[in-house]
Ligand binder design. Structure first.
Ligand SMILES: [Zn+2]
Length: 144
């Protein structure tokens, strides 16, 4: 549960960071367009070219921002589906019990690490015996 919330916060952080860049680019492009409009109307004959260049830059920046926003949303959706889960196996060290539990990998997990909580079956000492990436069946088959 905790690792799931952690992953969500991380992806949210990345998304909000990207959103900030997109918003800044959008704001700059709007300023550029406004300036271009202003220069075009009141800048006189000499500044017509500068106004056109400014307008062009503003439009390019705006398109880039919208494209980035669209791409990041698409990518975020793809990452969510494709991210493989890392699992941790915890085994009870009591020979008579051998209780095995699996849960999502959490930061600080390593093989042969003493597990803090006692075995739910017998109360014995538990250690982490494996940490591995869960591979979906789909990814194993290769079409030729
Ligand atoms: Zn046990």
């Amino acid at each position: 549960m905790t690792s799931q919330t952690q992953t969500k916060t991380t992806s949210n952080k990345v998304a909000s960071y990207l959103m900030l860049i997109v918003l800044v680019v959008m704001a700059l492009s709007i300023v550029a367009l406004f300036l271009a409009f202003d220069t075009f109307l009141f800048g006189g004959e000499d500044n017509q070219l500068a106004a056109l260049i400014l307008a062009g830059l503003g439009i390019i920046a705006l398109i880039t921002a919208v494209f980035l926003l669209y791409q990041s949303r698409k990518q975020a959706a793809e990452i969510k589906i494709e991210a493989p889960k890392v699992m941790t196996t915890i085994e009870c060290q009591n020979k008579g019990c051998g209780n095995k539990t699996m849960r999502e990998f959490q930061r600080g997990d390593y093989v042969f690490k003493d597990f803090d909580t006692a075995c739910p079956k017998c109360g014995g000492r538990q250690i982490i015996t494996a940490a591995y990436k869960e591979i979906k069946e789909k990814e194993k088959t290769y079409a030729i």
